[in-house]
Design a binder for this molecule. Structure first.
Ligand SMILES: O=C(O)CCC(=O)C(=O)O
Ligand SMILES: [Fe+2]
Length: 354
């Protein structure tokens, strides 16, 4: 059965509380436990965010895989910048950049504060595209080559978790055949599903760069996220305040992205989130996240909040383009944050007055 985080987690900082997210047990989902599936649905309907408890035997190997990946990521990001830049593969997809993407002015995205650039560098691994298998092999980041197995393991097992979540949600809604959420995520079809390792340094950031990650809703369907420190905040759909989602031992943070919100005809929420440095629980100098994004097949069709029709691939391209515009431009539509006129930026002192 699902339970709530213990009271000792109710910490936050002077400005922000801590979310009281549902904790869904992975093994109970495997067993198709009806009460667990109902709690899962309710979490996705109300918050679009929950913890997935992976503490049982079934996920032991997976958690070890995640730990190994963090070690590999720490090693990777400690390399000199010019070495990492050699792993950038913009030519494969200028938006869903495969390989290394730098932070600050060398990166492409606006940050979580006004007129500041994004403060995280990342490494994205796109699983093989059957039509260009050989270029994928060439494109595998050089600095990560020895950890290739860990990364493929993480991709495969995270995909399994994400698909199990989709299956459970489809079961709950009694969806059949092509209507089931899994049908939009078939493994043989092209998609931009990928694994990303993020590194958020707290110090030595270039000027005009904000520590953390810009405010956004995720583009795809299901995000499976692990991180090492506090900093992640969700904009509560209940209180309309920013609240912390702290890392929880042996748990993944799962969230619903835009595509699933659209495919589910707005029954499920794609909640706004960001990473900010204000908590004293992020004091280790560097923060890391290992993430798997399950995204629907490129040619999946859906309609957004404003009634505009998209394919999943076009939505991703347009959204990633939006993050590169100044915030005043981003605010002119609902693409980045799900709300027109609201960029959800971090403003240190008077953050709550949104
Ligand atoms: O680092 C985190 O905790 C969250 C990162 C995130 O939201 C993303 O990369 O989409
Ligand atoms: Fe995200």
């Amino acid at each position: 059965m699902a339970d709530k985080p213990p009271a000792s987690d109710a910490f936050g900082d002077e400005q922000h509380g801590v979310t009281n997210l549902a904790v869904i047990n992975f093994e109970n989902l495997l067993l198709k436990d009806a009460a667990e599936v109902e709690t899962l649905y309710s979490a996705c309907e109300k918050w679009g965010f929950f913890y997935l408890d992976l503490s049982g035997d079934a996920a032991k190997e997976y958690l070890q895989n995640v730990a190994n990946l963090f070690s590999a990521a720490k090693e990777y990001f400690a390399k000199p910048l010019d070495e990492k830049l050699r792993d950038t593969r913009k030519e494969l997809d200028i938006y869903n950049i495969c390989g290394y993407k730098p932070l600050g002015p060398l990166g492409l995205d606006e940050g979580n504060m006004n007129r500041k650039r994004n403060g995280s560098e990342n490494l994205r691994e796109c699983p093989p595209d059957p039509s260009r298998l050989s270029s994928f092999r060439l494109s595998f980041p050089k600095g990560m080559q020895e950890h290739q197995e860990q990364i493929s393991g993480f991709i495969n097992k995270s995909r399994f978790m994400a698909m199990l979540i989709l299956e459970s949600l489809s079961d709950y809604l009694k969806l059949e055949g092509d209507e089931r959420f899994e049908a939009f995520h078939k493994s043989g079809e092209l998609s931009t599903s990928s694994a990303v390792m993020q590194h958020y340094p707290l110090t030595d950031l270039p000027s005009d760069t904000s520590a953390g990650h810009f405010t956004h809703t995720d583009t795809g369907s299901i995000t499976v996220l692990f991180n090492t420190d506090w900093g992640l905040q969700v904009f509560s759909p209940e209180t309309e305040q920013w609240e912390y989602v702290p890392p929880r031992d042996q748990c993944a943070v799962i969230n619903v992205g835009d595509s699933l919100k659209f495919i589910s005809k707005f029954r499920l929420k794609s909640s706004l989130h960001r990473v900010i440095p204000s908590s004293d629980r992020w004091s280790s100098g560097s923060r890391y996240a290992s993430i798997y994004f399950l995204r629907s097949s490129n040619d999946t069709r859906f309609t957004d909040t404003e009634g505009v029709e998209w394919t999943a691939h076009k939505w991703l391209t347009r959204k990633f383009q939006n993050y590169r515009f100044p915030h005043v431009e981003q605010e002119k539509n609902a693409i980045s944050t799900g709300r027109k006129g609201f960029a959800g930026l971090w403003d240190g002192a008077k953050d709550r007055a949104v």
